[in-house]
Design a protein around this ligand. Structure first.
Ligand code: ADP
Ligand code: MG
Length: 400
């Protein structure tokens, strides 16, 4: 689909000329209602020209709804969408400038690969030669030159999805929309296609939005990630920002693994875990407010029991190893914090660890750097301090 069908198709992909610093796509206060249910609640965001952005969040959080609103396939109930300086909120999809790929390959089973790719070109009044040249070029781009006369059923899932991508790119849209394009593929193909999509996107300079519920995929592919939950945007940031400095417990827990311990705020750099005061990163909240003390599995070091040092840059916890998974390059160890009846996960390099320390039943000491101990608001008091057996994962904060 394309806004300006009168525009001639050029023989080669021309990388986008950078317009200016204005955002290429703006979503302004967009709401989407299905009856009384709000699938999007006041969503605003900006996407730059040439950026690769992932909408990331649990199933049902509104990712597809937002993508379809941008495409005009299922328009917003309120709010505005601006693309390349033009308000497009009320335009039908055929007057918008985008290509789209869905999770299911959605190729026409009765058409050859070549005809599938050429499908969007038919309305552009091109000569047969022009169409053929374009299809050949696209088949080369996706590395499937010898597949032109096959039918979709003769192709693997990964190949079909590459054809779907070629079809979406055929009209040279300025915006590429991908809705979980890799989810139906098996792991190996998925990893490979990740890199291919990203390479192609960089080469074409095409502004791209990809919906995914897979945080690893988003971290690996995106320039920026939009983390969504229950129809709102929780955080927008680079993969590193979202991972290293999550804005709240939901993001912390959804992106990567985070140990979360229920605590009470005790000062602006101190919390109370049951009876013990623990130093942490700065956190401004009224004293005694319920919070989560959080750290990533890879920031904790595992030491022999009793080793407690008096380095004020670390907090030490007594623990017992519950079990260890060998992951190849690292070990994933579940440790029960003996003084608090809380279990946490610790990842350590298999190169640098005394493996005997990591055997189930072993008494250990965990050293966690104070500046890696983050604190997040905790709204739900049900998982109160001392709640024995409360898991390391804040399940009350995570949607299904
Ligand atoms: P995601 O893509 O993040 O998994 P969706 O955007 O598809 O989620 O859906 C967001 C919410 O809106 C879900 O609760 C879903 O059930 C609801 N929803 C989506 N489409 C419709 C529809 N056509 N009618 C009613 N509810 C819908
Ligand atoms: Mg979806």
């Amino acid at each position: 689909m394309m806004a300006q069908p009168q525009q001639p198709i050029t023989s080669a992909f021309t990388p986008l000329v950078k317009r200016n610093n204005a955002p290429y796509l703006q979503v302004n206060k967009v709401w989407k209602h299905y009856g009384n249910f709000a699938a999007l609640k006041d969503v605003s965001l900006e996407i730059k020209d040439g950026e690769f952005v992932c909408f990331l969040g649990p199933s049902g959080c509104g990712k597809t709804t937002l993508l379809r609103a941008i495409a005009g396939l299922d328009p917003q109930s309120r709010g505005e969408i601006v693309q390349g300086g033009q308000t497009i909120s009320l335009l039908p999809p055929e007057q918008r400038d985008f290509g789209i790929v869905f999770q299911s390959y959605a190729l026409f089973p009765n058409l050859t690969v070549a005809k599938n790719i050429a499908y969007g070109l038919r309305s552009l009044k091109l000569s047969r030669n022009q169409i053929e040249a374009k299809v050949t070029e696209l088949l080369n781009t996706i590395g499937l030159s010898d597949m032109a006369y096959k039918y979709p059923a003769q192709l693997s899932g990964g190949q079909q999805q590459r054809i779907a991508l070629a079809r979406a790119l055929a009209t040279e849209p300025s915006l590429l929309l991908l809705d979980e394009p890799l989810s139906a593929l098996d792991a190996r193909v998925r990893l490979h296609l990740r890199q291919e999509i990203r390479k192609l996107q960089r080469k074409l300079g095409i502004t791209t939005i990809m919906v995914t519920h897979d945080q690893e995929e988003a971290l690996a592919m995106a320039d920026r990630i939009v983390v969504m939950n229950h129809g709102i945007v929780e955080q927008v940031g680079t993969p590193e920002e979202v991972y290293r400095r999550p804005i709240n417990a939901f993001v912390a827990n959804f992106v990567g693994t985070m140990n979360l311990l229920p605590v009470k705020v005790s000062g602006n750099k101190q919390v109370r875990l049951q009876e013990r005061l623990i130093n942490c990163r700065r956190y401004k909240k009224q004293q005694t407010a319920a919070a989560w003390l959080a750290f990533r599995p890879e920031v904790a070091a595992i030491k022999p029991a009793g080793l407690h040092g008096d380095d004020k840059h670390y907090e030490y916890f007594n623990g017992t190893v519950l079990h260890t998974e060998f992951m190849g390059n690292f070990l994933r160890i579940e440790v029960n914090l003996s003084d608090f009846q809380q279990s946490v996960q610790v990842d350590v390099s298999s190169q640098h660890t005394d493996l005997t320390l990591c055997m189930a039943g072993h008494q250990v000491s965990l050293a966690v750097p104070v500046n890696e101990l983050q604190v997040f608001d905790r709204y739900d008091n049900s998982a109160a301090t001392g709640d024995a057996g409360h898991s390391a994962v804040a399940t009350d904060e995570v949607a299904a």
